[in-house]
Design a binder for this molecule. Structure first.
Ligand SMILES: Nc1ncnc2c1ncn2[C@@H]1O[C@H](COP(=O)(O)OP(=O)(O)OP(=O)(O)O)[C@@H](O)[C@H]1O
Ligand SMILES: [Mg+2]
Length: 512
């Protein structure tokens, strides 16, 4: 396998895919309007746009998940149409969806070969599948993910890798990646890019969706920008288009100063959250730290370093082995989220789909989930108050569409993330734990979320932020804790840290 990086892609290759005049309507909304989109063999074509712009809808039309109301799709100049995802797969279009669609109770190998089991004389051959799966995973840089592992046991990043292996297990000519990097750390993103380069060098085209512009710079050839369901710019060359112009195209405005200035923590600020000798899992070292009123503490480390597990033990979603957590001096019951929430703690989890959202409920219901008592009078939920409170959050978070009665399921990925955050804001908590708060969130809303975090800190809330984007940890936090292999290896003011320094500390803390 050759993973050489000097594969200068040639946007001048032959046109592989063309979408013309695509229109897609959902009840009450036109998600795509006369969209034209073309992809050349061997290129990485980036699809950019704010949350809700229509990126996922466009690729789902291409992948046979949605049927367009108007328009044509041409592959090699021939008109095609897929009435279901299987037809698209057979035509050589592989898709990694934004909301992973793996079957959690099946093994890695079963997921990879689901629907096209390796058959020999009518029997699916488990051994052949396992061998092929192991080969793919090794090629993707993850030999530690074994074919017989159950997918539900893997981290979000691990599942993303399996989803990638599945897309590659068939003959593909075009691979669609809808925000693949949202759950990956920098090392894994590098692995992903190696694979992308390997694919494009052999003529496979890649459609790449991401909100991280620095990734587009590294991997992209051309860019198409969607705004409110319309392609506002097509086939821009990455090299010729500065970030400021892309942001302007996506948002219609210029955004500067991404991270708002933090108000310094008062010297006499009381410790709101105290973690004392907490042993998160058997064999781990005890950890202790505290967060003062108005302080933002960032947890930096690689995916799998134990950051989310620490948050889980603090919040009580997992029961620690020993040690204690105190909020305003009061000891919380270990392993009890009820105790934590009642004392004033809130958590925005990493995996919003399974842990945080009521997908079938309205936005209003989701917003008030954490604070039902406030909106109910003698047991009845007050619809009007709920509506008003939700509308406030919707405006604050720039949620689109701005309709409290809409089902959470029908919102775009980034807008769903904003609901999770909005819920705790309306709850009014003392301690807020944020796990990857801007995952899948666009540049505009991202700066809104950063502003919210700094406002909350100014209001005296103690905040812990976990993020795989080191820039974000550094930009948002007063102090940074570096976590490596379930241990805290360093604590320092963010102003004295850099991305390099954090990575060095992480590596020093790794016992290889
Ligand atoms: N199944 C559906 N039913 C109704 N509306 C939908 C459905 N799927 C998407 N939409 C709407 O279509 C619009 C485009 O959504 P889409 O998911 O394509 O956005 P996106 O660009 O992928 O955003 P993000 O960056 O947040 O993932 C949004 O307004 C969304 O609410
Ligand atoms: Mg999307």
């Amino acid at each position: 396998m050759n993973y050489d990086q000097d594969t200068e892609s040639t946007p001048g290759g032959s046109t592989l895919l063309e979408m013309r005049g695509i229109e897609k309507r959902f009840p009450g909304i036109v998600a795509l309007r006369e969209v034209a989109f073309e992809v050349t063999a061997g290129e990485v074509h980036c699809l950019l746009g704010q949350n809700g712009a229509g990126k996922s809808t466009l690729i789902k039309v291409l992948a046979g998940v949605h049927q367009p109301n108007e328009g044509q799709i041409l592959l090699d100049g021939k008109e095609i149409g897929f009435s279901n995802p299987d037809e698209a797969i057979k035509a050589g279009i592989g898709t990694m969806y934004q909301e992973l669609d793996l079957v959690e109770t099946l093994t890695v190998a079963e997921n990879i070969f689901l629907g096209h089991e390796k058959a020999r004389a009518g029997f699916s051959s488990r051994k052949a599948e396992h061998r092929a799966a192991a080969g793919l995973l090794t090629r993707l840089g993850h030999p530690e993910i074994l074919p017989e592992m159950e997918v539900g046991e893997l981290s979000a990043a691990g599942q993303q890798i399996v989803s990638m292996a599945r897309a590659l297990s068939r003959d593909v000519r075009l691979i669609i990646m809808d925000e693949p990097s949202a759950v990956l750390d920098s090392e894994e993103v590098r692995n992903l890019f190696d694979t992308v380069r390997f694919l494009t060098a052999s003529g496979v085209a890649v459609i790449y969706i991401s909100h991280r512009l620095e990734e587009i710079r590294v991997i992209g050839d051309r860019i198409t920008v969607l705004k409110d369901g319309t392609a506002v710019a097509s086939n821009l060359l990455v090299a010729d288009t500065p970030n400021a112009e892309l942001i302007k195209l996506m948002t219609g405005r210029s955004i500067t100063n991404v991270f708002p200035a933090l108000t310094p923590v008062a010297d006499d600020a009381a410790a709101v959250l105290e973690v004392k000798d907490l042993v998160v899992a058997p064999g781990n070292e005890p950890i202790s730290f505290s967060v003062a009123a108005g302080e933002v503490l960032g947890l930096a480390g690689l995916v799998g370093s134990g950051r989310s597990e620490i948050l889980g033990a603090i919040y009580g979603s997992t029961k620690p082995v020993s040690g204690s957590v105190h909020l305003d001096g009061k000891k919380l019951r270990p392993g009890s989220t009820v105790s934590a929430v009642n004392a004033g703690m809130g958590l925005c989890p990493e995996e919003r789909k399974s842990q945080a959202l009521l997908l079938d409920d309205t936005l209003a219901a989701n917003f008030t989930l954490a604070s039902i008592p406030r909106y109910s009078l003698a047991g009845f939920t007050s619809g009007k108050r709920e509506y008003q409170a939700s509308m406030e959050q919707i405006t604050k978070l720039e949620l689109r569409p701005a309709d409290p009665m809409r089902e959470a399921r029908t919102l775009s990925g980034g807008n769903q993330q904003k609901i999770v955050l909005g819920r705790w804001l309306s709850h009014g908590c003392r301690v807020l734990l944020l796990d990857e708060p801007t995952r899948g969130v666009d540049v505009g809303a991202r700066s809104e979320i950063y502003t919210l975090v700094s406002e909350l800190s100014r209001a005296g809330i103690a905040i812990i932020v976990v993020s795989s984007e080191l820039e974000e940890v550094l930009g948002l936090s007063h102090e940074v804790l570096v976590v490596s292999e379930n241990r805290i290896v360093h604590r320092a003011p963010a102003a004295q840290m850099s991305e390099h320094r954090i990575l060095d500390l992480v590596m020093e803390g790794t016992t290889l």
